[in-house]
Design a binder for this molecule. Sequence first.
Ligand SMILES: CC(C)(COP(=O)(O)OP(=O)(O)OC[C@H]1O[C@@H](n2cnc3c(N)ncnc32)[C@H](O)[C@@H]1OP(=O)(O)O)[C@@H](O)C(=O)NCCC(=O)NCCS
Length: 137
Amino acid sequence: MDNSESKFTIIRNGEPYTPCFKMLPIIGGNTTGKHRFIMIDENIRSSGCIHYYDDDKRSMFISELNVTDEFRRKGVGTLLIQTLEQMCRYYHASNVYLWVKKDTWAHEWYKRLGYEYLKDHEIEENVIWMVKSLNEE
Ligand SMILES: CC(C)(COP(=O)(O)OP(=O)(O)OC[C@H]1O[C@@H](n2cnc3c(N)ncnc32)[C@H](O)[C@@H]1OP(=O)(O)O)[C@@H](O)C(=O)NCCC(=O)NCCS
């Protein structure tokens, strides 16, 4: 994965969408993968990370989704996760994973986005792993 900052154009409703997100490397941090990126839009209203697994370059992990309070419930989070998935595809991942607390609205939201239950989290109580295959779309 190229560690330099790069622009990433996304497609929304069949058209290129601007402002597009930037992908910035974050130095240090996570232990689940070697690469960690944050995505921000031009006004820094939203961010999220994707990680490779060290031993499996076909699987990526999405984490730390965040949309600034005042911009929530306007579809930004959905656009953000769809963009992160698009980046995972760009990096040739076939599966994308995330964690979520069971039986919450976020759990329902991820189900609607195509994520399926994989297994219970090894440590966190009431937290599950979900997975989405990127090959089906
Ligand atoms: C999770 C997060 C990124 C979603 O961003 P967002 O911009 O609000 O997401 P969207 O506007 O695309 O909403 C997606 C759907 O999720 C559901 N949803 C979002 N926030 C919700 C809430 N507070 N209560 C219930 N449902 C909610 C809704 O179904 C919504 O669709 P709708 O508004 O058409 O009904 C944002 O809430 C956030 O930053 N939260 C803080 C971190 C967090 O709570 N993470 C939990 C997920 S792991």
